[in-house]
Design a protein around this ligand. Structure first.
Ligand SMILES: Cc1ncc(COP(=O)(O)O)c(C=O)c1O
Length: 404
């Protein structure tokens, strides 16, 4: 609770972390069961997790891997992306969305984002060249990009779409989950893949983990093979009663498979996911209602025809009305024992991307404008109503003390 009677003290006694996973006894028991079973790498629980995840998303195929980064890397590899190719990537994302393109020797064409943090159809159209092979839209903060326009462009220009849905498990577009076969049918292509993250603080967590979903019957075989050394089908079964010692390496694949220990968590996190999202949505509403009278704070835009998964709650500071900048705002919240974060430092501003691709400040102006103003507030199901009110109180306090 806030200590308003002692304004010089932090407003909370204990630091509120920016994010925490919500791990229950079910996950602990299932992990323990795996540890006792002797099967601690890819096995029956990964298979079950994949099946249940595919069912939840309403997509025929899901392949579990060790991170969303691996999922994206495998997806691009399966498309045959390589040297000489270009892949369009919004700059307002985590570095791995672009890093995986670099790993394959291709060029990530970093593009600007709009007010809603998404890449726009116009921006994509302007970035297309004869070398463009794919686009990676990012469902920023758990809210879907304009998939209808994106798919239209992809169809017209023969581009593949690999969706970065690291934030968007459980999010919906046009009443269907991100990754659902419904969307793939609309796309009319069989090389469409959607990649999810189960990193520790994502909407559902397996410690580290990810998933690729696709409707492509042939593509899924390739994805599975790439995730485990390029070995022939069901390689993981070779130590089970029904398995065989014989396998063939059909290509030089990777070691990106998920373990049964991770899947043990995933199976139970998936069951709780909708409830987790409901709580996130309720807390997000509380924030937006509480900040409605603050002209210094812009709350997240809510786009039509979507269900937001509320992975992140990102405010934009109206700096012209404040005497402090974003970094100072974050420090002020920290002094009040509230943890925050920034999503994201635009990829083109990182030293590697500046030096390798000649980017600099001023080239992707809107992303830079947003970057200077954004703060991600704590938003997770493990927070209590009191925690939410402490965040609201602290934000209001910092604003009141630093108005122009
Ligand atoms: C937009 C985005 N893409 C990709 C990733 C990578 O996910 P992972 O940590 O599972 O590799 C993240 C992780 O934070 C992310 O935020």
């Amino acid at each position: 609770m806030l200590h308003r009677e002692f304004p010089s003290l932090p407003v909370r006694e204990r630091f509120l972390p920016f994010a925490l996973p919500s791990i229950g006894e079910e996950e602990i028991a299932e992990v323990t069961d795996s540890l006792r079973s002797g099967w601690i790498t890819t096995g029956p629980k990964v298979k079950r997790f994949e099946e249940e995840f595919a069912q939840y998303i309403e997509c025929p195929h899901a392949v579990a891997v060790n991170s969303c980064t691996s999922a994206l890397h495998i997806a691009l590899t399966a498309l045959g992306i390589g040297p000489g190719d270009e892949v369009i990537v919004p700059t307002m994302t985590f570095c791995s969305t672009a890093n995986v393109v670099v790993h394959l020797g291709a060029r990530p064409v970093l593009v600007d984002v709009a007010e809603d943090f998404h890449v726009t159809p116009d921006t994509i159209l302007r970035a297309i060249t004869p070398r463009t092979k794919a686009v990676i839209p990012v469902h920023y903060s758990g809210q879907a990009v304009d998939l209808a326009s994106l798919y239209d462009i992809a169809r017209c220009h023969g581009l593949a779409v690999v969706e970065d849905a690291a934030h968007a498990v459980g999010a919906e577009y046009d009443h269907h989950k991100i990754g659902a076969a419904h969307h793939t049918k609309a796309l009319g292509l069989d090389n469409h893949m959607v990649c999810f993250s189960f990193y520790a603080i994502k909407n559902m967590a397996t410690g580290e983990g990810g998933m690729v979903v696709t409707s492509g019957d042939e593509l899924v075989e390739r994805i599975r093979r790439l995730s485990l050394h390029g070995m022939s089908r069901d390689a993981w079964k070779r130590y089970s009663g029904s398995g065989s010692w014989y396998y063939e390496v059909l290509e030089a694949g990777y070691k990106d498979n998920m373990t049964d220990i991770q899947a043990s968590m995933g199976i139970h996190q998936l069951k709780k996911l909708d409830r987790f999202i409901d709580t996130r949505a309720r807390y997000a509403r509380s924030y937006s209602e509480a900040f409605v009278d603050l002209p210094e704070v812009e709350t997240p835009l809510i786009l039509p025809n979507r269900k937001h998964a509320w992975h992140l709650y990102v405010i934009r500071l109206v700096l012209e009305r404040l005497r402090i900048n974003r970094a100072q705002f974050i420090e002020e919240l920290r002094a009040r024992n509230i943890g925050t974060s920034v999503h994201f430092i635009p990829v083109h501003l990182h030293p590697y991307y500046r030096e390798r691709f000649g980017h600099h400040r001023g080239v992707l102006k809107h992303a830079e404008y947003l970057y200077d103003r954004i703060v991600s507030l704590p938003l997770y199901p493990g927070m209590t109503e009191d925690d939410v009110h402490d965040v609201i109180g602290a934000v209001r306090d910092v604003i009141a003390a630093n108005r122009r």
